[in-house]
Design a protein around this ligand. Structure first.
Ligand code: G3I
Length: 305
């Protein structure tokens, strides 16, 4: 294939990107996005603060713009995200207990219902585990509603949109030996054992010098897959430049291609200048839209080397 999406499709995979609604009017941006990617994630527009700014008053304007752009260009959509400790609207940040639990479940139900039938995979719960070596849940207002909040969210999402794949999504879960990776693994294993609906694990895979692409990355992918879930690389970006960065992108793609249930890769933005990282050059296109060495190594790896 001569584009990322075409090359990925040759092995039945997708290749996606995060998209910002306020850039859809920029043709330099949409030209690349439309040509290279066939799976679209809203970078911010489907988050809790965006979709429910006031309790029970939903705003799908910008999320709908992204879904509409994606679908009119023949692309699929990943939903991001239904339940998260961060980017909660103000009214939710100060809630607790059963009122918060109900509000969270209502949010999951309303948003998943609005987009029913249009979402390939939902990041139902995002970033629920703590960093560091504890392997514990992250403390948050949602966690304080009870340890079963994650499975409650998944059950509500399944009821609202039975055909969407339901994912648990997190960062720093790439190194198989990391306590956080093991904690997510145990959650998924428990859900599968008890019949809690879960279909996929999203590895965000934000890499930099502090958290490089681990040598055991493929082991992590294959270990999750062995639990009976798909694995998706959901927010890939890798700090660096030149051949070192290109080599790291190649390693990520090769690891995914080696695991049959690694079903797709999404990068977290189109050009370096679109990245959430204030400085740095972690993506596949430079600020002028030129293909970087990392683009070429990614494309070549998708094409089988
Ligand atoms: O839209 C407002 C704008 O009106 C305002 O003037 C400006 C001033 O701060 O803020 C703008 O909103 C910002 C928004 O990005 C859009 O640019 C928010 O402050 C800023 O917090 C937000 O950052 C996003 C971040 O999530 C928030 O947590 C990034 O764009 C987005 O790339 C990032 O994505 C996350 C994933 O959701 C989860 N995994 C990690 C990933 C990277 O942090």
């Amino acid at each position: 294939g001569s584009t990322l999406q075409a090359a990925a499709a040759e092995s039945g995979r997708y290749f996606g990107t995060a998209i910002a609604a306020n850039k859809l009017s920029e043709s330099a941006y949409t030209t690349i996005a439309n040509r290279e990617f066939n799976m679209i994630t809203a970078e911010n527009e489907m988050k809790l603060d965006a979709t429910e700014p006031n309790q029970n008053q939903f705003n799908f304007t910008n999320g709908d713009r992204i879904v509409s752009w994606a679908r009119s260009n023949g692309k699929q959509v990943r939903g991001h995200t239904l339940a998260w400790h961060s980017q909660q609207p103000g009214w939710m940040q100060n809630m607790s207990g059963s009122a918060l639990r109900s509000a969270m479940l209502n949010h999951v139900t309303q948003v998943a219902t609005h987009y029913r039938g249009q979402i390939h995979s939902w990041d139902v719960v995002n970033e629920a585990f703590a960093d560091g070596s504890s392997g514990a849940r992250r403390d948050s207002n949602l966690q304080r509603t009870g340890n079963d909040w994650i499975e409650a969210a998944f059950r509500a999402a399944r009821a609202a949109d039975p055909n969407a794949k339901l994912c648990y999504n997190d960062y720093n879960t790439d190194d198989w030996t990391h306590a956080k990776t093991q904690a997510v693994y145990n959650l998924v294993r428990d859900f599968k054992a008890r019949g809690v609906p879960i279909d996929c694990v999203g590895l965000q895979s934000h890499f930099n010098s502090q958290s490089p692409v681990p040598s055991n990355y493929q082991t992590t992918l294959s270990s999750f897959a062995a639990l009976g879930v798909d694995v998706q690389i959901t927010e890939l970006d890798i700090e660096g430049s030149g051949s070192a960065q290109a080599d790291n992108y190649r390693r990520v793609v090769e690891a995914c291609l080696a695991v049959s249930r690694c079903t797709g890769i999404s990068v977290w933005g189109v050009r370096d200048t679109d990245s959430w990282r204030a400085s740095g050059t972690p993506l596949l296109f430079d600020g002028n839209g030129n293909k970087k060495a990392a683009y070429t190594s990614t494309l070549n790896a998708l094409n089988g080397g």
